[in-house]
Design a protein around this ligand. Structure first.
Ligand SMILES: O=C(O)CCC(=O)C(=O)O
Ligand SMILES: [Fe+2]
Length: 366
């Protein structure tokens, strides 16, 4: 297969532009996400005002004094919400050179009830339900982030129904067992490289996203994202690393491991990484990971024979099993990514995982 030097661009508006354009969109979507696992999506209906407002607030947040940022440090949150300072996160055990805020669905704090709940048989992933942390120095961040999440949720649902049709299923195939979505928005800043530390070359290390689907916004002009196309080896080597610079007005969309798993590899979760910006520059991005409810079990898609013939199967690292319940995957990847939060709030789960022989030092995206 000839590899493109840049990723395909699809317009979401085509889905509502009459039968012919809708059919063409679904076909292009299937091709892009089977062959590459990545594409650019334009015309998502995001209000230009919001597209300017949230990144501007993100920049304001990162420019706050450390004390104001650390007020919402993720170490305070058993749900891994809030601010993670530079060097606080890992991929494949190596430190990522970025600072970020993690924002999930808002919920009451039930940390104190977890032991009794679990003694009565509730799964540990319910520990991920709880409140976000918002900076008191920047009250306008919360409504902007919530509007962003709400809009991308509608965009992601449109994509899910288009994939359902592309996979020969009814439109509501994925959503019938979906439940209340459990998305995660990250607000991320990668500082420029300095020659002080070699670790800074890894903005975020090579990984596949654990989510169903990711919709990534990148600040215009900020390159650094690279995508591994072609046939890679099981150990992650091989293939061709292609630059995926931001395209004006577009989100980068990519398949996560849960959707790859549900389609037995027909849709591809493609490895990607971010190279730290050059000295004197920094890079802002807003990855949005779209996921079903923590207790959702999404059935494997019964592919039509012509697609089944092209499904690659899912080869898994035996130390990084995919569980049928979404929440089990989610809590494991959070435990790996944030060892400090895990040791403080979930030491019992770390011990259990180690006793079961799982590799818990792999980082978010082992
Ligand atoms: O910041 C980016 O451009 C991508 C980040 C990413 O791949 C991730 O957080 O999973
Ligand atoms: Fe990613």
């Amino acid at each position: 297969m000839a590899l493109p030097t840049s990723l395909p661009v699809l317009s979401l508006a085509d889905l509502d532009a009459g039968e012919a354009q809708r059919t063409a969109f679904i076909k292009d979507l299937a091709h892009a996400t089977h062959a590459y696992g990545f594409f650019y999506l334009t015309n998502t209906g995001l209000a230009p005002e919001l597209e300017a407002r949230l990144p501007a607030l993100a920049r304001e947040f990162f420019a706050l004094p450390d004390a104001a940022k650390l007020e919402i440090e993720s170490i305070n949150s058993a749900q891994f919400r809030g601010y993670t300072r530079l060097g606080g996160e890992r991929t494949k055990g190596a430190v990522d050179w970025r600072e970020q805020i993690d924002i999930g669905p808002e919920g009451p704090n039930t940390d104190a009830e977890a032991p009794a709940r679990e003694a009565a048989g509730a799964p540990p992933h319910l520990r991920l339900l709880g409140p976000n942390q918002w900076p008191s120095a920047l009250p306008s961040l919360r409504p902007a982030a919530e509007e962003w999440i709400a809009h991308l949720t509608t965009v992601a649902f449109k994509l899910l129904s288009a994939w359902s049709v592309a996979l020969g299923q009814p439109e509501d195939y994925f959503t019938q067992c979906w439940g209340e979505s459990f998305p995660l928005l990250k607000i991320v800043r990668y500082p420029g490289a300095t020659d002080e530390s070699a670790a800074r070359a890894q903005g975020v290390g090579a990984h596949k996203d654990a989510a169903f689907v990711t919709l990534l916004w990148v600040e215009p002009g900020a390159d650094g994202l690279q995508v591994q196309l072609g046939e890679e080896e099981a150990d992650g080597s091989g293939g061709v690393w292609v630059d995926a610079p931001p395209v004006e007005g577009a989100f980068v969309v990519n398949i996560g491991e849960m959707l790859e798993y549900a389609t037995q590899g027909y849709l591809k979760a493609t490895r990607h990484r971010v190279v730290a910006p050059p000295n004197g520059r920094d890079r802002l991005s807003l990855p949005f990971f779209f996921n079903p409810a923590l207790d959702a079990k999404i059935p494997l898609v019964n592919l039509p024979p012509e697609l089944q013939a092209k499904a690659r199967g899912v080869t898994r690292d035996p130390t990084n099993a995919i569980y049928p319940t979404y929440g089990e995957n989610q809590i494991k990847s959070r435990l790996r990514a944030h060892p400090d939060v895990s040791e403080r709030h979930h030491a019992d789960l770390l011990l259990k995982a180690k006793a079961a022989g799982e590799n818990m030092s792999g980082g978010a995206y082992a």
